[in-house]
Design a protein around this ligand. Structure first.
Ligand code: 3Y8
Ligand code: NAP
Length: 243
């Protein structure tokens, strides 16, 4: 019987957890501990970093983990790199449950940028009203363009002052709806959106609302992660586990 470590924090990870629980699998769900009250899971949960590659390798050995499923977010690149290294070091089979990047549809006004500095530059010089839908961890990059008015969406209320002089935060946890995001864009008279190319359904509503309102979107490409076995569906992972 496999003993599984599921690196979570996404919609796909929640679906994976349900399938493992229904199969009666021996599995542990892992959160980084980024948010105050993460959603409950139908598996035993552990929270917090492992302590780099060595810490994760030690955890795999100590817990007798036989399979690792990396269902973290495409922008959680450090965790994914560590998982590949720790699994190589311990000979633990690894699979990533990964979502496709979003592709532009007819009517989408998207500018693809490789990273945060390029996203800041894409806003231009003239002051704009910008919806920064990228969470809390990367806001400081936009301090280089203080002339804009920023609408932020955070999971938890900010604990310290925001690094942007002209910003307001809405506190909300996805998944989000098109109606809700359309109203948000209208109420705040948003002219431009910055988002990560997360893929998946949980963060997609704002892109649909932007298309309907004819608003431009600056979309940040996902970071590189090392080569690894990838599954697109929960069923593929269950087959790989022979469950
Ligand atoms: C702690 C677990 C589920 C998972 C839901 C998905 C969908 C809703 C959309 C916007 C974009 C953003 C952000 C976002 C979404 C899902 C998914 C997703 C984007 C929770 C969660 C944790 C986190 C961490 C959080 C980050 C932040 C990113 C907000 C739980 C709710 C912007 C990414 O305040 C902070 O420190 C937030 C940090 C990492 C990115 C950042 O750098 O700030 N996610 N999000 C996980 C952990 O501790 O291990 O608290 O319940 C999970 C979800 N967030 O159960 O259905 O799967 O993508 N999360 C992005 O996609 O751009 C919001 O506002 O439109
Ligand atoms: P990251 O930058 O890739 O990882 C930084 C460090 O955080 C990792 O080295 C690890 O610490 C710890 N960590 C990350 N994910 C973990 C997990 N699931 N379980 C245990 N430790 C974890 O990670 P991040 O981008 O901050 O993402 C953190 C969490 O939020 C992940 O669960 C991710 O799936 C979720 N999330 C992130 C985003 C996003 O935009 N980044 C969006 C939605 C959800 P150690 O080195 O000490 O082990």
């Amino acid at each position: 019987m496999p003993r599984i470590l599921l690196l979570g924090g996404t919609t796909e990870a929640a679906r994976m957890a349900r399938a493992l629980a229904e199969a009666g699998a021996d599995a542990v769900y892992s959160y980084a501990g980024r948010t105050e009250a993460p959603v409950a899971q139908p598996l035993p949960v552990r929270t917090g970093g492992f302590g780099g590659v060595a810490g994760l390798a030690g955890y795999l050995r100590a817990e007798g983990i036989t399979h690792l499923i990396d269902a973290t977010h495409p922008f959680a690149a450090q965790m994914s790199r560590n998982a590949v290294a720790a699994c190589a070091a311990t000979g633990t089979p690894l699979i990533a449950l990964e979502r496709e990047p979003w592709q532009a549809d007819k009517g989408d006004l998207w500018t693809h940028v490789p990273d945060l500095p390029a996203a800041v530059a894409a806003l231009g010089q003239a002051p704009r009203r910008v919806f920064l839908a990228i969470g809390r961890q990367n806001l400081s990059a936009f301090a280089a363009a203080p002339q804009h008015h920023y609408l932020l969406r955070l999971v938890d209320p900010p604990t310290e002052a925001l690094p942007l002089p002209d910003a307001e935060a809405v506190i909300a946890r996805g998944p989000f709806t098109v109606e809700g995001d359309r109203a948000l864009l209208r109420d705040h008279r948003i002219e431009m959106i910055v988002a990560k190319n997360a893929g998946g359904a949980g963060a997609e509503a704002k892109l649909t609302a932007a298309r309907e309102l004819g608003l431009p979107v600056v979309l940040i490409d996902r970071p590189q992660v090392p080569e690894r076995r990838v599954a697109r569906t929960v069923a593929e992972v269950m087959a790989w586990l022979d469950l």
